[in-house]
Structure formats: C-alpha cells, structure tokens
Design a protein around this ligand. Structure first.
Ligand SMILES: CC(C)(COP(=O)(O)OP(=O)(O)OC[C@H]1O[C@@H](n2cnc3c(N)ncnc32)[C@H](O)[C@@H]1OP(=O)(O)O)[C@@H](O)C(=O)NCCC(=O)NCCS
Length: 171
C-alpha cells in the first residue's frame, strides 16, 4: 500500500470509492465533496493505492477562524476506505500521515466531525472542540472533535470552511 497526494486525475476513482464506502443516504453528497476538494487551494488530500488502484482517501481542508486569521487550522473529511480493504490499517495510515504533515507545517489545530470511537485513537477530543463553533448546526454534536497543538488557538471562536463544505446537508 502506498500513500501519496491526490491529484485531479484521481477524481473518477475517488468518486467510486466514496460511492462504495458510504451508505446510500449520504454517498452521493460525500463523493461530490471529495472530488470538489481536489480543486481547492491548500487542501491536503491523500490517496492510498494498491496495485495503482485507489483504496483510500483522506482530505484535510484549511479552516478560517473569525477574528484570528493568523491561526492555522484544518478539518479532516471525508475519510474513506474501500469496503474490501477496511480494518487493515489503511484509514489509520491516511490519518496519521496527514496529521504528521500538518504538524510539521506548524498547524495550530485539526478538527473532525465523525465517530469519536474511531477518531479518539488519533488524539481527537470532544471537550476542547466546544470552543470551536462549527459553521452549521450539527446533527450529531458529539461527533465534533479537535486536536489542539497550539493551546492559544482554542479560545471560543467561529469556524469557517472552504466552499465545498458549506452545505448544511454535510453537517
Ligand atoms: C472509517 C474508515 C475510514 C476506517 O478505515 P479502516 O482502514 O477500516 O480503519 P483502520 O483499519 O485504520 O482501523 C480499523 C479499526 O477502526 C474501527 N472502526 C472503523 N470504523 C469505525 C467507526 N465508525 N467507529 C468506531 N470504530 C471504527 C474498526 O472496528 C477497527 O477497530 P480495531 O482496530 O479495534 O480492530 C472505514 O471503515 C470507512 O471508510 N468507513 C465508511 C466511511 C466512513 O464512515 N468514513 C468516516 C466518516 S467520519
């Protein structure tokens, strides 16, 4: 398995990956998001490949903090591993590699909206995420989590995301 930056030429496989990994109620929306993020500047998107086939994807998009434009934050999502390759460490490898890259780039914090049982293993925490006001009302508030590397960045603040994430249906 290899992990490398995603490119626009990966978009067909990335779309198919998300259609197969997510349930029918959300897979079209998430697949569209995954593809749209490829064209956004500053998005750190990774693919995991096996024999040149894309089996996993993770995108880390920049977020903006109102009143503190100098803080550097990201949000992880979507994250997907092809159903035939799940539970073999691919999701963890994508998340860990992305976090390692962002930490080296002096990122202050990384948000995620997902299952704390899964994301907790990477250090994401629910409680400190209460300071970061999400851009939309959350359907599952318990899934809002953060890793804070710069404690100064965690005073109460409004989070703004890149355009593809500005769809209330994703939240
Ligand atoms: C979630 C997902 C990315 C994990 O990828 P993966 O490659 O299977 O994950 P890993 O192999 O690194 O880790 C597997 C572990 O995570 C656990 N896990 C997977 N999904 C989980 C979830 N939603 N909640 C809690 N634990 C989960 C597995 O049970 C396994 O546990 P173990 O290590 O104790 O055996 C993958 O299952 C997937 O694509 N799911 C469908 C899409 C999705 O839900 N994406 C996340 C959106 S927030």
């Amino acid at each position: 398995m290899n992990i490398q930056p995603a490119t626009l030429s990966d978009q067909t496989q990335i779309k198919e990956l998300h259609l197969s990994a997510f349930g029918e109620e959300e897979n079209e929306l998430v697949a569209q998001l995954a593809v749209e993020l490829l064209s956004e500047p500053e998005v750190h998107a990774l693919v995991a490949t096996m024999d040149e086939n894309i089996v996993g994807y993770a995108a880390f998009s920049p977020v903006r903090i109102e009143k503190h434009p100098d803080y550097r934050g990201y949000i992880l999502g979507p994250l997907a591993v092809h159903p035939g390759f799940q539970k073999s460490g691919i999701g963890s490898a994508l998340v860990n590699q992305g976090l390692e890259h962002l930490q080296k780039e002096h990122t202050d914090f990384v948000l995620v909206y997902g299952d704390p049982e899964y994301y907790g293993r990477f250090g994401f925490l629910v409680e400190p995420a209460e300071s970061f006001i999400p851009p939309f009302k959350l359907e599952h508030p318990f899934g809002w989590q953060v890793i804070v590397w710069n404690p100064a960045a965690s005073s109460p603040c409004q989070v703004r995301c890149v355009e593809p994430l500005n769809d209330p249906g994703l939240w």
